[in-house]
Design a protein around this ligand. Structure first.
Ligand code: NAD
Length: 320
């Protein structure tokens, strides 16, 4: 049977945290870390590998792009992160150059396997990498709004059970809620399809004597949208949440699971020859994104999604 091998390009905080999370998840047979700073990649790989015995069977090591020849998945985390006060789109020009150099370096070693983009701005970089690698939609895809969706569920649970961490954690597992569109300030919470334990939030909150109104919804949306910036202000970066999300996606690819999450791909749109990549609930399997998951948007959600698609298309036309 083919080895389940994952190449992670970029061994910074995010790349190393993904490797660590995947090592604990024990799904991959091999994880290779590739970085322009080969010493850093080696140091991170050795550090992670020293925890392997007794916990997991994954071989973790550093290497170069030739290691991608037989990879089942490539995860790209190379590039600069946001500084406090910056938006993700502020990173576009700088990180486009880095990701272009990564796709060039993959060159003849790229075997057509799924590529998961993590670097920001993730939607712009997903569409660009798809273009540079010459792949059909869905093979190259981005973590997109999977992290925002998880934050959204947490914020809903926090509003439902203020101060009660255990109930928040129990509740968030029973919440079905997605954020779609841009992984950025224009993200769209899909209020029309939120359910808590199978009920609408209004119904659930009425039954449990919890306040639920426009103010509560607005504060959940604002908190979800600003969560990344707030963590960056507090600790300088975000790395653990995205690492667990990427590791979950990697498991879906390596095991061909058909797992649904709100991730970014150009399958969301067929507008132009330059197609933006945006998040919609999507089914992830061994070949990347297999299809969009069924989800219905109301008119306002559709309009916001289309506005984002038009803005990102314009931006891509300028940048590519
Ligand atoms: P970091 O600075 O710690 O690491 C970046 C790494 O990229 C460094 O090790 C650097 O040497 C490497 N690198 C730079 N140019 C390279 C090249 N040409 N080839 C190979 N490696 C190269 O940054 P980080 O905190 O790990 O963040 C990485 C990226 O992930 C940022 O763009 C950040 O915004 C993004 N991010 C995305 C999400 C998300 O939800 N999608 C969440 C957190 C961070």
């Amino acid at each position: 049977m083919k080895n389940k091998k994952v190449a992670i390009v970029g061994a910074g905080f995010v790349g190393a945290s993904i490797a660590f999370s995947m090592m604990l998840d024990n799904t991959a047979d091999e994880i290779v870390l590739i970085d322009i700073d080969s010493n850093k990649a080696r140091g991170e790989a050795d550090d992670i590998a020293h925890g392997v015995e007794g916990i997991a069977n994954t071989a973790v090591y550093a290497g170069d792009y030739s290691e991608c020849r037989d990879s089942s998945l490539i995860i790209i985390t190379a590039g600069r992160g946001r500084q406090p006060g910056e938006s993700r789109l502020d990173l576009a020009a700088e990180n486009m150059k880095i990701i272009h150099s990564v796709t060039d370096s993959l060159g003849r070693y790229y075997n057509g396997c799924p590529v998961l983009m993590i670097s920001n701005p993730v939607d712009i970089l997903t569409a660009s990498a798809e273009h540079w690698l010459g792949q059909p939609g869905g093979v190259v895809f981005g973590s997109g709004c999977i992290l925002d969706s998880s934050r959204f569920r947490r914020c809903i649970a926090r509003a439902a059970f203020p101060g009660d961490h255990k109930s928040q954690s129990d509740c968030s597992r029973n919440i079905n809620a997605f954020v779609i569109g841009e992984h950025g300030d224009a993200q769209i919470p899909l209020w029309s399809s939120v359910t808590i334990s199978g009920k609408s939030p209004a119904e659930y909150c009425a039954e449990h004597d919890i306040i639920w109104n426009d103010d509560v919804r607005q504060s959940i949306y604002t908190e979800t949208k600003n969560m990344g910036a707030s963590i960056i202000k507090a600790k300088g970066r975000t790395n653990y949440g995205i690492a667990v999300c990427a590791s979950r996606i990697a498991r879906a690819v390596l095991n061909d699971e058909h797992f649904s999450a709100s991730v970014s791909s150009t399958l969301c749109s067929v507008t132009d020859n330059i197609r933006p990549s945006l998040s919609l609930p999507s089914v992830i399997g061994g070949k990347g994104i297999i299809s969009k998951a069924p989800v219905s948007l109301n008119t306002a959600e559709k309009e916001r999604f289309e506005k984002s698609a038009a803005e990102l298309t314009d931006m891509l036309k300028k940048l590519l």
